[in-house]
Design a protein around this ligand. Structure first.
Ligand SMILES: [Zn+2]
Ligand SMILES: [Zn+2]
Length: 262
């Protein structure tokens, strides 16, 4: 739903070639993915990873009308600030059977509780607060037949969460991948991984680093996300090896959620 870095692209106040590009692929909202699958009884299930500041617009663009769960990668603003827009969706779910479950590590959970105090505090009295329930993330979390495996990655000094579901993985804001996490990324069909820009950054991988991880992981296809205005869509794609491409807002990829063999 979004493939931009924390500022989004265009970046406010910037007149660079990418920020003023006419190519719609160069307009990037804050990072998020939407997963939809069908249960054996044909019921559609919908999960989102991260609700950044653009969540509302992304939900509208993608026809999101209900939600079964949200997974958080970490608690930086570009990944959480749309949480309040879960309210209208949560009211429906509330009627259908309980609050929307949100999954986060203990650190991210504590940050969400602090930022959205009026939602999560046991003393919260705001009547229209989101009907959501924060759960501590387990190694493996099941949501209606799909399993989400935690894949820890480093974001500077911070250990944050990537996710593997079936033969697909989503890793954003990565600056290093621990060896144990590479093991969780074997046999992937699809890898979605962050690639910020060419110039080194203290908490994000460069494009070159992301390419070398993508080659080591060896997914059938790799898509780059969390992209800054330093990388134009078209000209960067021309430089990438086969099987590795720049993602863009609205890109839809068929993925196997691994629900068939469970
Ligand atoms: Zn980010
Ligand atoms: Zn720019």
């Amino acid at each position: 739903m979004g493939t931009g870095t924390s500022t989004g692209v265009p970046t406010l106040g910037c007149n660079c070639a990418v920020c003023t590009s006419a190519d719609p692929h160069d307009r990037r909202l804050r990072p998020s993915v939407l997963l939809r699958w069908r249960e054996p009884d044909e019921r559609e299930r919908v999960v989102v990873i991260d609700t950044g500041p653009d969540f509302r617009e992304q939900a509208l663009r993608n026809g999101l009308t209900r939600l079964d769960a949200v997974f958080y990668t970490h608690s930086h603003a570009d990944h959480i600030m749309g949480l309040d827009d879960l309210r209208p969706l949560s009211f429906t779910v509330f009627r259908e059977g309980g609050p929307i479950p949100l999954y986060a590590t203990p650190q991210a959970k504590a940050a969400l509780e602090r930022v959205f105090d009026y939602t999560f505090s046991p003393h919260a009295t705001y009547p229209n607060r989101a009907r959501v329930e924060l759960h501590e993330l387990e190694e493996r979390t099941r949501v209606h037949g799909a399993e989400f495996l935690r894949v820890p990655v480093m974001h500077g000094q911070m250990k944050i969460t990537g996710y593997r579901f079936g033969r697909t993985a989503y890793l954003t804001d990565v600056s290093a991948i621990p060896e144990a996490s590479f093991e969780r990324l074997m046999g992937l069909d699809t890898l979605i991984i962050s690639a910020l820009r060419h110039k080194p950054h203290p908490t994000h991988a460069t494009l070159e680093q992301a390419v070398s991880w993508a080659q080591r992981i060896g997914a059938r296809q790799t898509w780059f996300t969390h992209i800054s205005h330093d990388l134009g869509h078209e000209e960067t794609n021309l430089t990438l090896p086969d099987g590795i491409r720049m993602a863009y807002d609205g890109l839809s990829i068929p993925v196997d959620m691994g629900t068939a063999n469970q």
